[in-house]
Design a protein around this ligand. Sequence first.
Ligand SMILES: Nc1ncnc2c1ncn2[C@@H]1O[C@H](COP(=O)(O)OP(=O)(O)OP(=O)(O)O)[C@@H](O)[C@H]1O
Ligand SMILES: [Mg+2]
Length: 231
Amino acid sequence: MIQLQNITKQVPDSNGNLDVLKSIDLSISSGEFLSIMGPSGSGKSTLLNILGLLDEPTSGQYLFEGTDVRKLSGRSLAQFRNSKIGFVFQSFMLIPRLSVRENIEVPMLYTRCGLKERKRRAEKALEQVGLIHKAKEPVINLSGGQKQKVAIARSIINEPDLLLADEPSGNLDAASKEDILRIFESLNQMGKTIVMVTHDPEVAQIGKRILTLKNGEWSATPAFAKTEVTG
Ligand SMILES: Nc1ncnc2c1ncn2[C@@H]1O[C@H](COP(=O)(O)OP(=O)(O)OP(=O)(O)O)[C@@H](O)[C@H]1O
Ligand SMILES: [Mg+2]
């Protein structure tokens, strides 16, 4: 599904250039559940944002279902991203005063999706996260765990092939964390490909494969990982 080859990312800093990612290779098959771990500053979010077409690498190749996505730009890039990739962030990124339903419908505004189809998808997504009863509630009234469920519903609303999650349980208590992880697990069982970034070894364990970044490079996977893989 996804092939990254020799991906680098450099950003300017006070001493010249900082190598945030150094020659990253990565293949992801359809249906995988991949966890990416690593210390703060190791480049996890940068890599996830590149995977999600939110950021551009400095060099390297990125194929997504055979499409050379580095050649896309402007509207075609936005369309590709909106239809194929869903995002979940640590800080939810919801619009506080809009209802649950309105929030999850946002990504559909940029598609040619009719009213009936919108309704069908919204109901299906809310059912998948168990929040149908909160559809009309402004998200400002929800708990952290509920907000993250709304964010997950929004991430799947356009029925993307790939879900990207950056520390999705980072702001949640233990019970909500469990809930959120179970939802990701069930989405994966239904065929969604998932890439999740986390500091938390316990959270990483729900992935079927665990990779670790250190200083912008793949490093040997620590002993607690269930699959031993290096990049
Ligand atoms: N646009 C940018 N401009 C300057 N520096 C950047 C930029 N993007 C990332 N960096 C730097 O790149 C490094 C990696 O950042 P990144 O956010 O990918 O780390 P991370 O592994 O996600 O860390 P955390 O676990 O704290 O979220 C950091 O040193 C960061 O300061
Ligand atoms: Mg990060």
